[in-house]
Design a protein around this ligand. Structure first.
Ligand SMILES: NC(=O)c1ccc[n+]([C@@H]2O[C@H](COP(=O)([O-])OP(=O)(O)OC[C@H]3O[C@@H](n4cnc5c(N)ncnc54)[C@H](OP(=O)(O)O)[C@@H]3O)[C@@H](O)[C@H]2O)c1
Length: 281
């Protein structure tokens, strides 16, 4: 599995990670086995959050990573409502307890809320200095929020922005992705399969994915993940609850798509106009 620098100052991190939203709701044994299978295949980047099952997803992750913490890039998130200076510290300590670890590799503000960034980021820095987190970042930040975060934190502090990114939702390409690349911030794309609404094989786009997949001895989902990783700033974190799904997802690491194939996918799933709510550059 290829590893990429996680932002400007970050260490190399596997390009394909593993999500955990709703992972605690199904067969627990299969979910733990799925995460472990993914780890075996190099998807050693696990994304979780205090929000997921109110800590139950973190507890399941703890079970999956027991005995192999050192090989994993472990990410969790603080809920905006908890992201005051004091609340962020308490939330992080609660996540560490659920995850049965003494540190996170990266800690994120799940989305912008009402607590001033200065408070949340001061808490992140305090946690970093205490060795409880090694880096920190944000999630669901648009360009205006990124500008504000940068003004508060300064260059080189934000490790990543975790954002919605799949074939049918490419809005980040208009401004968020270029902003992050310009400032050395890793872009972690979430819901790469549209949170369960992957293009049907009956659609034109679905047929194209199948055709390209057949040419590579791969699957349409693997082709999709490859497209979503086509720039070096990008990471992807599909969630799987079975070892077979985890295996398929990690298997995307082996495929190389040509420029012509990437262009065909680009046309079949156009990024669309820039969302109106965003200020124009
Ligand atoms: N920062 C944020 O605000 C935010 C928001 C959303 C998500 N996320 C993160 O991103 C992760 C991924 O996003 P997501 O969970 O929303 O959706 P997703 O990864 O796009 O899709 C998950 C769905 O795809 C299915 N799936 C996965 N691999 C498959 C395969 N190889 N073949 C067939 N089906 C497959 C899963 O089924 P099974 O479960 O049955 O395997 C599940 O139903 C989350 O788990 C979370 O960690 C972050």
């Amino acid at each position: 599995m290829e590893k990429r620098p996680f932002g400007m100052k970050g260490k190399p991190v596997p390009e394909i990670g593993q999500g955990t939203w709703y992972i605690e709701t199904g067969d627990r044994k299969a979910a733990v086995a799925a995460l472990r299978r993914g780890l075996d295949l190099g998807a050693r980047h696990i994304d979780t959050a205090e929000m997921y099952g109110s800590g139950a997803a973190e507890a399941l992750v703890a079970e999956a990573i027991a005995g192999r913490r050192d090989e994993i890039f472990l990410v969790s998130k603080v809920l905006p409502g908890n992201a005051s200076r004091k609340g962020t510290i308490t939330a992080c300590e609660r996540s560490l307890a659920h995850l049965k670890t003494d540190h996170l590799d990266c800690y994120l503000l799940h989305w912008p809320g009402s607590h001033p960034f200065a408070e949340t980021f001061a808490a992140f820095e305090e946690l970093r200095q205490a060795g409880k987190i090694l880096s920190w970042g944000v999630s669901n930040f648009d360009v205006d929020e990124l500008d504000e975060a940068l003004a508060v934190a300064g260059e080189g502090r934000l490790a990543c922005n975790q954002v919605l990114y799949h074939l049918e939702e490419r809005a980040i390409e208009h401004a968020v992705l270029p902003w992050c690349e310009q400032h050395g911030v890793a872009v972690v794309g979430y819901s790469p399969y549209g949170h369960g609404s992957f293009p049907s094989a009956r659609t034109l786009g679905g047929k194209l994915l199948q055709k390209i997949a057949d040419e590579h001895g791969a699957t349409p989902r693997q082709v999709a993940l490859r497209f979503l990783l086509r720039r070096p700033s990008l990471f992807t974190i599909p969630k799987a609850s079975s070892p077979a799904h985890a295996e398929e997802n990690a298997g995307a690491a082996k495929i190389v798509l040509s420029e012509a194939e990437l262009a065909q996918i680009d046309q079949a799933f156009p990024r669309g106009p820039r969302p109106r709510s965003l200020p124009m550059l």
